[in-house]
Write a protein that binds this ligand. Structure first.
Ligand code: NAD
Length: 387
């Protein structure tokens, strides 16, 4: 097993995974449809921010890793890994057909000799459906589901540190997948496909619920005029059971919300805890704006600076960022919104944005915002500015 192909290979999960395998001596082909990302990767540039990845890419391209939109390259590979997106629709129902469509579009290039690995986050039962889909074509499909659990931005650190969940449709497929992942993972945990699918969904849902608890507590305290972070620090102070209690903050991004909704759909929408967490996390933008209104009165015609437009700190990814929801609500209040983000193109510098603002909302606690002492009234649910 020397040649690995990653479908969706120029994405946030595919590229770090490809780099990890290439750094262990495999020859990796990243197949993707995004031509600008492909060009960048082949020039040794990252299409997005990921700690430590650019240096590694430069040292490996093109001898050990290449990117291409030529789907026929899949034919010559020992291992084919699928890691394209797994969206939910407007009713928060998983779009399994989108997943099957991708698999079907590569069917002709797959063979029974290849180990096929699914690495996207999958709705429970998807792996079984994909096995059936492929078995019509290949008599003995070797298929494994090996979900990705990295923290975006810290992918390379975590790929080599996290245990790898491996589920497969046969012992042969399991053994090959486990042997492959042992080259980059410290430990393999064997599961059945449905169990593994739930491991991934429950891991993300757990995190989403943790943030919802913090956000609910934040709103309870601040609504009563109290400083949540004074209470938060007291809860955590030398109290071991609250060690991992996260701060409040806008809980966004392409995974946590989506996967909580997938879990809810799996449980026939009876997962009220997940639905409640969604109401809390998605409701926080409204609460922050109400808090600003308490300080400023009507926001109509006021200039409101919104600092941080990405979905997480120190990253350039804007997918499913709640800052855009805040922006829309502010515009509905007829406020003039001045957005700024150090990782995106800006109309004004940070200082100009702050100086022009009647009020400020901190969308994301990028390091660049940590030293600021805002002069206009502000709302900071992350607790990085003085109270
Ligand atoms: N981003 C994360 O931190 C993270 C972590 C764990 C798991 N996941 C899961 O991994 C999967 C991928 O997420 P992502 O964040 O990498 O998405 P992404 O959008 O960054 O990457 C997906 C890539 O697939 C490409 N693509 C789409 N259709 C294709 C096709 N038919 N053939 C080839 N390439 C195609 C896109 O151009 C894109 O580059 C999702 O299921 C997600 O839930 C993401």
């Amino acid at each position: 097993m020397n040649k690995i192909c990653i479908i969706g290979g120029c994405g946030h999960v595919g590229l770090p995974l490809g780099l990890a395998f290439a750094s262990k001596g495999f020859f990796v082909t990243l197949v993707d449809l995004n031509s600008s990302a492909i060009d960048k990767v082949n020039k040794g540039e990252l299409p997005f921010k990921e700690d430590g990845a650019e240096e590694l890419l430069k040292s490996l391209v093109p001898k050990k890793i290449i990117a291409s939109n030529d789907i026929t390259l899949v034919k010559n590979q020992d291992v084919v890994i699928f890691v394209t997106g797994t969206p939910v629709d407007e009713h928060h129902t998983p779009k399994i057909n989108e997943v099957l469509k991708v698999i079907r579009s590569y069917k002709k290039s797959l063979s029974k000799e290849q180990l096929i690995i699914l690495r996207s986050t999958l709705f429970p039962g998807s792996t079984e459906l994909i096995v059936k889909e492929l078995e019509n074509l290949l008599e003995e499909t070797k298929l494994a589901f090996c979900p990705e659990r990295i923290l975006q931005g810290k992918a390379l650190e975590e790929i080599f540190a996290l245990p790898q969940i491996v589920a497969a449709n046969s012992d042969k497929a399991y053994n090959e997948a486990a042997e492959l992942f042992l080259k980059i993972s410290p430990k393999i945990i064997r599961m059945e496909p449905r169990e593994a699918e739930l491991v991934k969904l429950m891991t993300n849902t757990w995190r989403y619920l943790e943030f919802a608890v913090s956000n609910a507590f934040y709103m309870i305290a601040e609504n009563d005029g109290l400083d949540f972070y004074k209470i938060y620090k007291a809860i955590k102070d030398d109290y071991p059971r609250a060690k991992h209690f996260p701060s409040a903050g806008l809980t966004a991004g392409p995974c946590l919300f989506k996967d909580t909704m997938q879990l809810s759909a799996f449980y026939q929408n009876n997962f009220f805890l997940g639905q409640s967490a969604m109401l809390v996390n998605e409701g926080l933008p409204n609460f922050l704006i109400q808090q600003l209104e308490k300080k400023l009165g009507s926001l109509a015609e006021k200039q409101i600076a919104l600092l941080g437009m990405t979905f997480k700190a120190n990253n350039d990814d804007t997918r499913v960022s709640l800052s855009f929801k805040i922006k829309k609500i502010l515009e509905f209040r007829m406020a003039k919104v001045l957005t700024h983000d150090p990782y995106l193109q800006n109309k004004m510098s940070l200082q100009e944005t702050i100086n022009s603002a009647d009020g400020i909302i901190l969308g994301v606690p990028h390091d660049e915002y940590k030293g600021i002492v805002p002069t206009a009234p502000y709302i900071d649910c992350w607790g990085i500015w003085p109270r």
